[in-house]
Ligand binder design. Sequence first.
Ligand SMILES: [Zn+2]
Ligand SMILES: [Zn+2]
Length: 193
Amino acid sequence: MGKIYVSMVGAVNEDVVTMIARHVRGMFGFEVEMYTSFPDPDYAFEESRRQFSSALMLQNLARVRPPDAAKFLAITEADLFIPMVTFVYGQAQLAGKAALVSLARLSQEFYGLPPDKELKMRRARKEAAHELGHTFGLVHCHDRSCLMSLSTEVLQIDVKSEDFCRSCWIVLEEELTELRKETKKNKILEFRR
Ligand SMILES: [Zn+2]
Ligand SMILES: [Zn+2]
């Protein structure tokens, strides 16, 4: 099925990334490998907003991803934006390969509250699985407790569970089955050669 590669963009707490990698492996059943880290995404910095363009970063990630990546998940501390919106927690290519998650607004300190490492980890797991969900073709779900529901504020992340709802799982399972079939077909072709 190929691998899911996880990478860091700029300085990121390695514990969080390792935890995300482990979580993703368990959730999607893929082999997960850490990939080269990338420097601060200066090319995506927007001076007037003091934020980073999520679209530019995603474009770049899609270009530099390892060729054998089934999915490519990048984690950053950079605060991301898309035009017309104050910020985003992440962005992904719908039914594509690249996904990006920002940890910038997932810590309690960002909101002037005392640190809570467990809570930050939980939020990071949810957002990583959510963005990867998009790469598997999942769109936003109306079920507020589903991982695929849209979060525009941190409370919405906290409200949702760490799992997809039944209907999202059905779509995801179909996609995973397709990927497994393709891998099998490729393996047989390789063998014939
Ligand atoms: Zn989303
Ligand atoms: Zn759902």
